[in-house]
Design a binder for this molecule. Structure first.
Ligand code: SAH
Length: 276
């Protein structure tokens, strides 16, 4: 098996952990949640994940990012990773043997139990990614993500290796890298201490099955529009009631699917009138 000679990103998957921990200013925590990302474009990482709160947490070792370059696993002098689709048609398909070799390396040192370390192929045919997926992934030890390109990945490696398929939504991207970054972002921000203010993940959209209430900040009057008076009243009980009411109304108007699920979970009639 050809082993890759280089790895991009902040942490190399092949670097020995001991010397690195000695020389790094802030060593990664031993059990930090880790995303291994198999991609033809390792320098797309960390991308936006390197900015702001996720970037700071990455620097602090609260989570780890290990891109695995697919190219060195390719065949022949040109390191080919793809070939034409069996049965004909446009485009190219990623070869199963090449991906399996990359997966074997990415599996080094990871638990074999898929619930502890899921292996996920980002794919428009996958199970839709939701906040619940992010919550589940944030409780694992890490994930291996496969970023597809071209027409996607040979089906046999998906079946043989036991790969979960996850979709970002009903649209087609050019490659899995943006989808992987979105999945990682949504997951990493649920890891304790990544967001400065942990309480903020508890109140936000989806965490209780509702869309979030509208937000306002200064100035108190802008372009002739005032901030709703109750928010300036200082009555925490009334503010909480107002926010919940707005969250419910918004969800009912915009996302009848979420609203029905919420009502079922709370023993409520989805068609009830709920005026302030
Ligand atoms: N021919 C495929 C699309 C390939 S798009 C099909 O019709 O299903 C190329 C790659 O982009 C995919 O292999 C996948 O990794 C990524 N991708 C595209 N859309 C995506 C989505 N909605 N969610 C997650 N990954 C996606």
């Amino acid at each position: 098996m050809t082993r890759p000679t280089k790895s991009h990103g902040r942490l190399s998957i092949r670097a020995a952990s001991e010397p690195r921990e000695l020389i790094e200013e802030r060593p990664p925590l031993r059990d930090a949640w880790t995303a291994r990302v198999i991609t033809l474009f390792p320098n797309a990482f960390p991308g936006v994940l390197g900015l702001s709160l996720t970037g700071k947490a990455l620097d602090e070792g609260l989570w780890r990012l290990e891109p695995v370059d697919l190219r060195p696993f390719g065949e022949g002098r040109h390191r080919n990773v793809d070939d034409t689709p069996a049965g004909g048609g446009p485009g190219m398909v990623l070869r199963p043997d090449v991906m399996a070799a990359a997966l074997a390396q990415a599996a080094e040192g990871t638990p074999p139990d898929r619930s502890e370390w899921p292996v996920i192929y980002l794919s428009p045919r996958g199970t839709p990614f939701t906040q619940a997926t992010a919550q589940r992934l944030s409780r694992t030890r890490g994930v291996t993500l496969i970023c597809g390109r071209f027409e996607g990945l040979d089906q046999r490696v998906i079946d043989h290796v036991g790969i979960e398929e996850v979709s970002l939504g009903d649209f087609v991207l050019t490659g899995g890298e943006i989808a992987a970054q979105a999945l990682i972002d949504a997951t990493v921000r649920l890891i304790p201490r990544v967001l400065g203010n942990q309480a903020s993940t508890e109140a936000e959209s989806f965490s209780d099955g509702l869309l979030e209430h509208p937000q306002y900040t200064r100035p108190a009057t802008w372009a002739g529009h005032d901030i709703p008076e109750v928010l300036l009243s200082g009555h925490h009980g009334e503010i909480a009631r107002w926010r919940r009411d707005r969250a419910e109304r918004l969800t009912k108007e915009r996302r009848p699917d979420l609203w029905r699920a919420y009502c079922a979970a709370h023993g409520r009639d989805p068609d009830e009138d709920q005026e302030l």
